[in-house]
Design a protein around this ligand. Structure first.
Ligand SMILES: [Zn+2]
Length: 136
């Protein structure tokens, strides 16, 4: 009979030992059962830890460099957040950029850096220089 993993093998062996009368052997078998339970619990917690790390890894991968900041995108490729590249690259912190009140202008609340993206338009003074108090 073949075994797909060690747990099946151990369980089968333990069942065979059930008919044994030797008290010392039975004690050893019971100790093996306890160790198996501990291993099983460790296995579960390692799997949980592993999936948490996997989740963090995926999370990290979602930070996409775009222009002067990082973005996170949803499954449809829509930007769902912009993050400070300085804080991320220097301190590994994900700091969400705040809209600066002007289209395409973004402020980091932590390092106070301001960045602009491709949608930013330089203010146009519309040739008003010279139309102030000196104009006659
Ligand atoms: Zn920052």
């Amino acid at each position: 009979m073949g075994y797909s993993d060690w747990k099946e093998l151990a369980s089968d062996a333990l069942n065979l030992f059930d008919g044994v009368k030797n008290p010392e052997l039975r004690e050893k078998v019971n100790q093996m059962r306890e160790i198996m339970l501990v291993l099983k619990e460790e296995n579960i917690s390692l799997k949980e830890e592993n999936s948490e790390l996997q989740r963090q890894l995926n999370d990290k991968d979602e930070m996409i460099p775009e222009g002067k900041y990082y973005v996170k995108k949803d499954d449809h490729g829509e930007i769902i957040g912009r993050f400070c590249s300085g804080c991320h690259d220097d301190k590994k912190k994900k700091i969400r950029l705040h809209a600066g009140g002007v289209t395409g202008w973004w402020d980091c609340p932590i390092c106070k850096t301001s960045v602009t993206d491709s949608t930013y338009v330089e203010p146009n003074y519309d040739g008003n220089i010279g139309n102030g108090w000196m104009a006659s």
